[in-house]
Ligand binder design. Structure first.
Ligand code: ZN
Length: 558
């Protein structure tokens, strides 16, 4: 509110109103729980036009005449009716992530910040008269400000609209809650967290962050703060704050400097109150390059070659969270040339890419992978990314797509690369089709990289050497790390991929038959030169990039 006070003082200092007029307006405002600025107009100390002029001069923002019929529904969608009405603001333009608002009085700074936070836009202002605002709000939102004259311009009302509801008898400073949520969110982004977990306990809530795949404690919220923080997050994600018994999903879009970060919110009712998980999606990661993912040069060459194939499957496999999606995006970026039409079908679309047609799966209306893939094939694409192949229907459409000249990228969830071939047969793809369409399979895991600041040499035990495939009395220079402040005492900073890259060689094709045992396919692939996940991981240990301990944790030993 400091800003309104400063503006009122400016009016007095510039002789627009007298000190007694200000005092009267302030008194009335306090009695009516409304804004002194509005009272000045109501009491006749200042005309509505004069107020707008003074505000324009004070803010050094231009005075404009707004033409409600010239404002598109798109622009109006940036500000919801309640925010527009309570703050008497009108969104007039959106361009390059700058949202221009027409205001007719000093706007609540908190409200403006919240709007910037919600929309991910930078906010700029123009000033217009209150009458023009009223007319525009009536036109855009069908809300008649005149009918609730008297309390509509009231700041407290605005907060009430978006009020964080603490439990009875507990006072929670709303400003502090806003800051606390900002702080949690900003910290998570800075630390490179993939998820923020707010987990209710009996009398408090734990805030934990998943960083490089590992959950770390971050903060403890006392009970009353927990409820306020959850409500604040729900407001930002436009969720129903009154509904606490059903899970809800939403998204918050935030801009940090140049980075756009989406937070996908999922609330869960627990016996101790609502829990929240926020998935952090830094949109700059959509620009990931294949060369940055930790492939060996040889594997990279094999991958690049497969991407030149005019049709067929290029598949990536691993448990959830092993970086398959990132690999797919890197491939798309590699393939993204103007003469190729690329369509993705994703569940959900998490990263937005330039020049790519991305389609989200929507189970609620029955548009699953198979349905969308069928329709996408009529769009004449060259390359299609299908988020996942997990059922026979999708698999069949995908095979048809490949056989009719499309390159298909997709993921499965198997332990290793050879197993993908068997999985495809399990879900009903005939072995001769598997032989025909599969071009390349990449199995992968993510391992944490040792902190360069605190990593040290260590003497491996005979058991360590055996795991590394070396003679037990041999020698190897291994690294470990104790942890320091720059790695938050974890000993690791960042992650890299370990891969099992398996091209469909003539020998493997030849092996495809119903009931072929996995072990035979795996053996065949190794004979064809495939480096297993474990072997690739060992190479990274011997290179001092990660530790033996870490690959034992994250990579299947085979
Ligand atoms: Zn360290």
């Amino acid at each position: 509110m400091g800003y309104e006070d400063a503006f009122l003082q400016y009016l007095v200092n510039n002789g627009r109103i007298t000190a007694p007029q200000l005092a009267e307006a302030e008194q009335t405002a306090e009695r009516d729980h409304s804004r002194p600025t509005n009272q000045l107009v109501r009491l006749g100390s200042l005309g509505s036009e004069e107020l707008a002029e003074a505000l324009s001069a004070y803010l050094e923002d231009p005075m404009v005449k707004i033409n409600p019929s010239g404002i598109s529904g798109d622009v109006a969608g940036y500000v919801d009716e309640q925010t527009a009405v309570l703050n008497e603001i009108v969104p007039v333009q959106i361009s390059d992530n700058v949202l221009t608002l027409a205001i007719c009085g000093p706007i609540d700074v908190e409200a403006a910040e919240m709007l910037a936070f919600k929309t991910g836009c930078t906010i700029e202002y123009v000033v217009c008269t209150r009458d023009a605002t009223k007319e525009a709000i009536r036109e855009l939102y069908g809300h008649d400000l005149a009918s609730d004259e008297g309390d509509s311009g009231d700041m407290v009302q605005y907060v009430a609209g978006d009020r964080v509801e603490p439990p009875e008898g507990v006072k929670v400073d709303e400003v502090n809650v806003t800051r606390l949520v900002d702080e949690i969110v900003a910290h998570a982004v800075k630390a490179g967290a993939s998820n923020i977990h707010i987990e209710p306990r009996m009398d408090h809530a734990d805030v934990r962050l998943r960083i490089d795949g590992i959950l770390e404690d971050y903060k403890v919220l006392p009970g009353e703060q927990h409820h306020a923080v959850v409500s604040r997050i729900k407001i930002l994600a436009s969720l129903d704050i009154a509904e606490k018994r059903r899970p809800q999903d939403g998204v918050i879009y935030i801009r940090f400097g140049d980075a756009d970060v989406d937070f996908r919110i999922a609330t869960t009712p627990t016996i101790y109150g609502e829990g929240v998980v926020m998935r952090v999606l830094d949109q700059s990661k959509a620009a990931v390059k294949l060369t940055d993912l930790g492939f060996t040069e040889k594997d990279l060459a094999v991958v690049m070659e497969a991407l030149e194939e005019p049709y067929g499957f290029v598949l990536s496999t691993g448990p959830t969270g092993s970086g398959n999606t990132t690999t797919m995006y890197a491939m798309i970026n590699k393939l993204n040339r103007s003469e190729q039409k690329i369509i993705t079908i994703e569940d959900p679309v998490e990263y937005r890419m330039d020049d790519i047609n991305q389609i989200p799966v929507n189970h609620a209306i029955g548009t699953d992978f198979a349905v969308l893939l069928r329709s996408v094939l009529r769009q004449d694409p060259n390359i299609v990314l299908v988020g996942e192949i997990r059922d026979s229907e999708t698999a069949h459409v995908a095979v048809q797509a490949a056989l009719t000249g499309h390159l298909l990228l997709s993921t499965l969830h198997t332990t290793d690369a050879p197993e993908v071939l068997l999985r495809l047969m399990e879900i009903g793809v005939e072995y001769f089709y598997v032989r025909e369409v599969v071009k390349l399979i990449i199995a992968q895991r993510l391992v944490r990289e040792l902190c360069p600041n605190c990593k040290t040499d260590y003497e491996p035990t005979p058991g360590d050497l055996t795991d590394l495939g070396l003679p037990p009395d041999g020698k190897a220079a291994l690294k470990t790390s104790a942890g320091c402040t720059s790695c938050r005492n974890t000993g690791f900073i960042g992650r890299t991929g370990v891969y099992e890259v398996m091209p469909m060689s003539p020998a493997i094709k030849e092996m495809m038959a119903p009931d072929i045992p996995l072990i035979k396919v795996r053996q065949g692939a190794i004979e064809e030169g495939m480096r297993t996940l474990w072997q690739n991981a060992v190479e990274k240990v011997l290179a001092g990039q990660t530790s033996l301990e870490e690959i034992r944790r994250a990579v299947p030993q085979a």
